[in-house]
Write a protein that binds this ligand. Structure first.
Ligand code: ADP
Length: 638
């Protein structure tokens, strides 16, 4: 008996190793090893990822040729280096989530079965079943290798009480990693390098106390006649890596998930299917959330707001149909907008149509191919992104054009006052004695200022403004303050005609939600008319009165009373029509749009415009605006 330097976990170019078997023998032989096992990967054929790995040559294709090759080199290894080479395989099943080393195998075995099946086959061939890297490797975290963390098989370790009598040894060390818990739990252990590349020679190995033959080595491992040994080739000292712990942990898989990718909620009462889908989606870099019934799904939707949901229709209690409808009716836009892929065993076209009608984005019938499901999920995500980008662009365009329009309107509006005062000054000078030429020039100035004022009025008409937009721009405003502003802006025009303007307000005037600019313009229009249709030396009275019947309801009245020319009785019913101008108005400039604008604006605010008029005596126009919550927004009047 002797201490044998051994490594029972080695990959060659038959799977994903970088070194050919002959070269491996040379490396280990020259390094003075006594026993090695070649254990290339044999992947299952049950999942798209395992199929891809097989296609990429990461799984032994021809197991018999592989065994023949090992047998061929064994003799040479024995003669040249006194190295015992044992044939083996690392059987990897991704959906079942295990990697098992079969040491001393004679025949191919079936990787498409559960762990117990594989262990039994290994034992039937007289081999040793070893659990590869049972726990998550710290080295993955150190390298920030999230993909390996996600793919890391944990089934055997999670259910070790079930396998404790079946597995012959657990890797207590794998390359640089040590899994101390294997010894703490008193399990049979072995240390291997998981060799894929020359640099992996420096790693944990086993020293086995046995004769140098297969049976003796296997027996010694089972009897724990084994010691750990860190084999170093004295190469340059490695840089100490810094620990990179992934941001989020998913306890359902024991692994970690990538953040920043879309959250996909899988809802199905078939737990195995949920796990399989989650595994595959995580492999694609998505965050997979799991729920096994409708209620659980609803909780996850509220707490996690996934982007996409794979929703089974047939579930006890809250089923997929109901859940889909709840989601689509939800107040929260993010929840309402979850992309839903329905899964159902019902293949009838009417079910599919119904599913799409109640708000599913896509529908897949069971049984389905995982590849197709992933493709469809990817398509849904692409669609979401495209729609999201479009929405963003539209919002940007809308807000830029709104800003532009508002600033243009402001400029145009601000032009009005200087123009009015220019016109008023020209008129004042016209009255004084001037030369013929001066009179002509002043007349042109006066006419043009009037024309420009009218154009401004037309340009400012809110044509094309959607009521939605008006609503967005409404805010609580002190009505008294708005009326005072309007009165101030008309002061010059009133003075020009020597019209006495009087303003008063009731003691408590509420603030009410309104579009300040449009209300201001409506009041200015009424005031403008009152001045325009009054004789010189007349009187205009402006009043703000609150009628607050109950605490939470009432009306504010803004009345403008003039002592002007009045309106003909037969015309009163038509003055709010666009472009209507009364017979009395012909001598005054105007285009007949002022009152229709006032009516439109006031009605947007849920209010009314009333008029009382007596021909040749005067008119009173009243704007009535509803007050919803005067208590909260009351301001002190003068
Ligand atoms: P415009 O003043 O440009 O003619 P409006 O729409 O403001 O257009 O008014 C429509 C019509 O209503 C006027 O042409 C005029 O006949 C009548 N009107 C409006 N306000 C008064 C007022 N305060 N006094 C007398 N008539 C008025």
């Amino acid at each position: 008996m002797q201490w044998l330097l051994a490594d029972l976990h080695i990959h060659s170019t038959f799977s994903d190793g970088t070194i050919r078997i002959e070269e491996i023998i040379k490396i280990y032989g020259e390094a003075g090893f006594d026993v090695i096992a070649i254990t290339d990967h044999l992947f299952d054929t049950q999942s798209p990822i395992s199929l891809r790995l097989r296609e990429e040559g990461k799984s032994v294709r021809d197991v018999e040729a592989y065994f023949r090759k090992i047998e061929e080199v064994s003799l040479w290894a024995k003669e040249s280096y006194d190295l015992l080479v044992i044939p083996g395989l690392e059987i990897c099943n991704l959906p079942e989530d295990y990697h098992i080393l079969g040491i001393d195998l004679k025949e191919p075995l079936n990787p498409n079965q559960d762990a117990t099946g594989v262990i039994n086959e290994i034992h039937r061939q007289g081999g040793l079943a070893i659990a590869s890297h049972p726990q998550l490797k710290l080295s993955y975290f150190l390298k920030g290798d999230n993909e390996s963390i996600q793919r890391h098989p944990l089934h055997l370790w999670k259910h070790r009480e079930k396998y404790v009598d079946k597995i012959d040894a657990w890797e207590i060390a794998n390359r640089d990693d040590l899994f101390g818990i294997v010894s703490l739990e008193g399990l049979t252990y072995v240390a291997n390098s998981d060799f894929h590349d020359r640099e992996h020679l420096s790693s944990w190995k086993s020293l086995i106390f046995a004769e140098k033959d297969k049976e003796a080595v296997k027996k010694a491992i089972s009897e724990r006649k084994l010691s750990l040994f860190f084999f170093s080739t004295n190469e340059a000292k490695k840089e100490l890596p810094t620990l990179q712990i992934p941001k989020e942990n998913d306890e359902s898989s024991g692994g970690s998930v990538q953040t920043g990718r879309e959250k996909i909620l899988i809802v199905d009462d078939e737990e195995d299917l949920v796990d399989l889908l989650a595994y595959n989606l995580k492999g694609k870099g998505y965050q997979a959330l799991k729920a096994y019934n409708g209620f659980e799904a609803w909780e996850k939707i509220q707490s996690e707001t996934p982007e996409v949901m794979i929703l089974d229709l047939m579930m006890p209690e809250l089923d997929g149909w109901e859940l889909c409808q709840i989601i689509r009716r939800h107040d929260n836009e993010a929840i309402r907008g979850i992309s839903i892929l329905m899964l159902s065993a019902r293949a009838m076209p009417e079910d599919r149509v119904h599913g799409l009608q109640i708000g599913a984005d896509d529908y897949l019938t069971k049984p389905f191919s995982i590849n197709e499901l992933i493709l469809r999920i990817e398509k849904l995500i692409e669609k979401r992104k495209a729609v999201g980008n479009l929405k963003g662009e539209m919002e940007l365009l809308r807000s830029t054009s709104r800003e532009k329009e508002l600033s243009l309107r402001k400029v145009v509006h601000d032009l009005k006052n200087p123009l009015i005062s220019m016109g008023a000054s020209a008129k004042r000078m016209l009255r004084r004695n001037q030369t013929e030429e001066d009179l002509n020039i002043l007349g042109i100035i006066y006419d043009n200022s009037l024309r420009l004022t009218q154009w401004i009025d037309e340009a400012l008409l809110p044509v094309g403004l959607s009521s939605q937009r008006i609503k967005e721009e409404m805010k609580p405003v002190s009505i008294q303050w708005v009326v005072e502003r309007a009165v101030r802006s008309m002061k010059d025009a009133a003075a020009e005609k020597r019209i006495e303007m009087h303003f008063s307000a009731s003691s408590l005037t509420p603030s009410i939600p309104c579009h300040e600019d449009w209300i201001l313009r409506a009041i200015e229009n009424l005031l403008g008319n009152a001045l325009k249709y009054s004789w010189e030396g007349g009187k205009v009275e402006v009043k703000v009165t609150s009628y607050l019947e109950r605490k939470e309801q009432g009306v504010v009245e803004i009345s403008i009373k003039d002592t002007g020319i009045g309106i003909l009785e037969e015309e009163i019913g038509r003055i709010f029509e666009p472009f209507f101008r009364g017979k009395n108005a012909r001598t005054e400039p105007g285009i007949g749009l002022g009152l229709s604008f006032v009516k439109e604006v006031v009605e947007w605010h849920g209010g009314k415009v009333l008029v009382l008029s007596e021909h040749q005596k005067g008119s009173t126009f009243s704007i009535l605006l509803p007050v919803k919550n005067p208590n909260e927004q009351a301001v002190k009047g003068v």
